[in-house]
Design a protein around this ligand. Structure first.
Ligand code: ADP
Length: 265
């Protein structure tokens, strides 16, 4: 059987309330689950972010920078466990829509080196897709061969899996309409970029790098950097506002939707 899944990443900003620690946005999780079920994509990998579950703990224990002292170990446990709890909410909601969703732990399947994915145990994932399951990954604390451990973002995982499995497309569901000329939350004159090529992104790389440094969670700039290798392999990427009803449904169906399409060009 040919494996050619679509990869959908749902941002932590959409499925949690970012201002309140450990608070899910259940109405959004339920609505997005209904949209995913309705779209009936034959092969789909879902990845979700951490939002108010993973981020505060990961920051408190400085997990991304790697092992410095033993007290961080319990921080790793707490961060991972928070993500397991959020993953359960997402997977339960999908199962309520009669989808054969199964949560997969990046911490058990992935090893990074200096923060980049080095290896991933692919066979369970491939077999699941062949059988018609919906695997549901998340951003997680993972083991790192140089740093001891680190934080693996859902964005990096989404792009990596898309390349590794030759995905049909990557959809990133964000809490803004797509890539703008600057952060639309702080700049009212920011304009939505409807279509960008890889060379457009390369030209913006300096700007992107600057923005990435100021946003520890990666933000939109981090997403662009992660997407570039996948787009280079001719996997088109679409960033849409997942908080707008029906956007994720339309994106999964390949229907026209407001957002940013990134193509190799
Ligand atoms: P998530 O946690 O949902 O994966 P992030 O919060 O990390 O997403 O990143 C998305 C955010 O990036 C947006 O809410 C927006 O405020 C910010 N952002 C910064 N620069 C831009 C830009 N040029 N275009 C769009 N969003 C941007």
């Amino acid at each position: 059987m040919v494996i050619k899944p679509a990869v959908l990443k749902l941002g932590g900003s959409v499925i949690t309330n970012k201002r309140e620690p450990m608070t899910p946005n259940m109405p959004e999780i339920e609505r997005l689950s209904r949209e995913i079920a309705r779209a009936k994509v034959s092969q789909l990998i879902l990845i979700h972010g951490g939002g108010s579950y993973g981020h505060p703990l990961a920051e408190q224990y400085a997990l991304k920078e790697g092992y410095k002292e033993q007290t961080q170990l319990v921080g790793f446990s707490k961060t991972h466990q928070a993500m397991v709890a959020l993953n359960k909410l997402v997977v339960d909601a999908l199962i309520r829509q009669n989808m054969a969703a199964v949560g997969l732990q990046p911490s058990s399947l992935v090893v990074t080196s200096s923060g980049r994915i080095r290896s991933i145990e692919e066979q369970p994932l491939r077999n699941m897709l062949e059988m018609g399951f919906l695997p549901v990954f998340y951003g997680d604390a993972v083991l790192d061969s140089d740093l001891g451990f680190t934080i693996l973002s859902g964005d990096q995982l989404a792009a990596f899996l898309a390349v590794q499995l030759g995905a049909s497309k990557i959809i990133l569901g964000a809490d803004v309409d797509g890539l703008y000329t600057s952060d639309p939350k702080s700049d009212p004159s920011a304009r939505l970029i409807r279509r960008a090529t890889l060379s457009d992104l390369r030209n913006m790389e300096h700007e992107i790098e600057k923005a990435r440094v100021t946003d520890v969670t990666g933000g939109m700039a981090g997403k662009m950097l992660e997407l570039m290798p996948a787009v280079g392999k001719k996997i088109s990427a679409l960033i849409v506002n997942a908080a707008t009803p029906n956007n994720i449904y339309k994106a999964l169906k390949g229907e026209r939707v407001i957002g940013t399409t990134i193509v190799k060009g």
